[in-house]
Design a protein around this ligand. Sequence first.
Ligand code: IMP
Ligand code: MG
Length: 187
Amino acid sequence: MSKQLHENIVLYDKKFAPFIPYSEIKERVAALANRMRKEYEGNNNLVFLVVLNGAFMFAAELLGELDVNGVVSFIKLSSYRGNSTTGVVDDVLGLDCNIEGRTVVIIEDIVDTGITMQHLLDSLKKKHPARVDIATMFFKPESFRGNYEVKFVAMELPKEFIVGFGLDYDGLGRNYKDIYKLVNERG
Ligand code: IMP
Ligand code: MG
């Protein structure tokens, strides 16, 4: 029997409490798919770029509802972290289709500060796509510091750390279909 949403989950040393049931996620994704269908219907030059690992559940749900023709491709971002304040340089791995002159739709699990997405946009631009749009399951408007448009958002979130529906805490939690949020334990 699957885990009931009223139960907390424990990942490593952290406790996570039920936050958003899959039923709501499903509704939000279906609503987003309706908006996106209107945008992309008739576009015969579409590439959906799914960002692994986090977006696997969102992509399956979204693309299953979308009903438009497009190539589906999967990429990974590798982060090379400097050992001090050099920050993060993300590299795109596994892009196996030509995006030149095409409409690219990035499918991401979450845009938080937007820095990761900025790196991805920068590296895709070098391959001369006609246009790049972003579709994300979650968006944290209070954290976002980017100056680009996040065109398609299934759901906005407050500044909470969440897991489930593809999102992880250090590799765990991705496989739960409901969303759980970190319980801040004080005192
Ligand atoms: P950024 O701040 O927009 O660059 O987000 C960087 C990455 O942090 C995302 O791609 C996620 O992998 C991760 N992330 C941000 N917020 C959360 C969260 O609430 N839960 C799990 N991962 C998150
Ligand atoms: Mg991610």
